[in-house]
Design a protein around this ligand. Structure first.
Ligand code: 2IT
Length: 445
């Protein structure tokens, strides 16, 4: 296969879709050799087929705000690939959302879901709706209007959305209520549901917990652990919260969280009440982290900056794509970082990843590190299908095993001649092979 030609072709067909093209480039560069070694994949046109979504639904979402004014947002669902199971992936509500971003997320989701070993295809959706500053009633009306279009396309055996940035338990509740009313069925059509109505224990924590488990495995390879380590996190949402909880349990010290307004540095560590406070901050719906420093005297707010300038042993981006660039990577290395694990989707730019690789810093990519979220979504689907629910310990133990196995798959496919583990390559090849083989088995569709 000729990666360059495929990418040039895609650039012509999808001009300006930079995030999508970035995600595709990374995967194709990783799997180039594997595909050349497997001519049957090439003859089945797997690459040309896997880079395009099966279909994209784009729709208008009109709704009425609290002042009685009509607002119009755009809604999307990208159904990327269902070779391994129903389309599965979150919904993102954020003003930056566009087709390119949802296509990059949907594309990554195919390989991430494959890595979990659970039967899930890849998809993603969302809207440019900005929940910041909106009342609960506005959020409810928006979710209902969004579902009025989306429900026709989804179902527990066809496409199962969940949360992502801007979509948490509250939004899933409103979306689920409307789906149920329209489809006249009470099924596991969404994951991340409330515990009382079909949700799974540990789902809110899963992305962060899984990220911490994976990072622990990375450190284990050089006989290290979180014990006594200084950890910098970005973000302050569900993902950073879950990661902070587990890192504290594993003996690490989390010293930063961040928002669009800047970052919080707390030299005494963000644990206990301070971690709980992240949930309050998130519930206030203001998308700022500054109030954290008013609440806790040991915390300082640094406006307009990113936490990557703080000296740390472990850096874990937990916010949004491309939040850590080449300069940040250089700064982290100068400050002696030992491990970088991306918990956000595509949190690091290609330049940053290149710098980590050249400096032999272990770097875990999002599609491996953050797969715990969708893995527990998969477990929620199993519980819904069986109409029963598992104990916290049972779900957590399954999550831990899934993350350990993803780590093993990365080692299997990503170990380089000098022993350095290229987790990007490992995750991409391991995730890709299963999907590609399933596509071959199922014929040209
Ligand atoms: O990026 C992700 O994996 C998610 N937002 C979770 C998707 C899911 O279906 O739980």
């Amino acid at each position: 296969m000729n990666v360059k030609n495929i990418l040039t072709n895609l650039e012509t067909k999808h001009p300006g879709e930079t995030e999508y093209l970035q995600a595709v480039r990374e995967v194709l560069e990783s799997i180039e050799e594997t595909v050349s070694e497997n001519p049957h994949l090439e003859s089945a046109g797997i690459i040309e087929r896997i880079v395009e979504p099966d279909r994209v639904l784009m729709f208008k979402v009109p709704w009425v705000d609290d002042r009685g004014k009509v607002q119009v947002n755009l809604g999307y669902r990208v159904q990327f690939n269902n070779a391994l199971g129903p389309y599965k992936g979150g919904l993102r509500f954020h003003p930056s959302v566009n087709l390119s971003i949802l296509k990059f997320l949907g594309f990554e989701q195919i390989f991430k879901n494959s890595l979990t070993t659970l039967p899930m295809g890849g998809g993603k959706g969302g809207s440019d709706f900005n929940p910041k500053g909106k009342s609960d009633n506005e959020i409810m009306r928006f979710c209902q209007a969004f579902m009025l279009e989306l429900w026709k396309l989804i179902g527990p055996e066809t496409d199962v959305p969940a949360g992502d940035i801007g979509v948490g338990g509250k939004e899933i509740g409103y979306l689920y209520g409307m789906y149920k009313k329209l489809a006249r069925e009470n099924t596991g059509v969404l994951t991340g549901k409330g515990i009382e109505w079909g949700g799974s224990l540990i789902r809110p924590e899963a992305t962060g917990y899984g990220g911490a488990y994976f990072t622990q495995e990375m450190m284990g390879l050089f006989n290290e652990s979180f014990e006594g380590k200084i950890v910098t996190l970005s973000g302050f949402g569900n993902v950073a919260w879950g990661a902070a909880l587990k890192i504290n349990q594993l003996g690490g010290k989390v010293v930063t969280v961040s928002g669009p307004d800047g970052y919080i540095y707390d030299k005494e560590g963000i644990s206990g009440d301070k971690v709980d406070y992240l949930l309050e901050l998130r519930a206030s719906n203001q998308d700022v982290v500054a109030p954290f420093a008013d609440e806790f005297p040991s915390a300082v707010f640094i406006p307009g900056k990113k936490p990557w300038e703080v000296k740390c042993d472990v850096a874990m981006p937990c916010a949004i794509q491309n939040e850590l660039n080449g300069d940040d990577a250089k700064q982290l290395i100068e400050n002696g970082v030992k491990v970088v694990a991306e918990v956000s989707n595509m949190g690091c730019t290609p330049e940053a990843i290149d710098i980590f690789r050249k400096n032999k810093i272990p770097f875990g990519p999002g599609k491996a590190v953050n797969a715990g979220g969708v893995a527990v979504s998969g477990l929620e689907m199993s519980q819904n299908a069986m109409k029963l629910s598992w104990h916290q310990e049972e779900v957590d133990e399954k999550l831990k095993r899934i993350m350990d196995n993803i780590h093993k798959a990365c080692i299997k496919y990503g170990t380089e001649d000098d022993g350095y583990i290229n987790y990007v390559k490992g995750a991409n090849i391991a995730g890709f092979l299963k999907v590609a083989n399933a596509m071959v088995d199922q014929g040209i569709l």
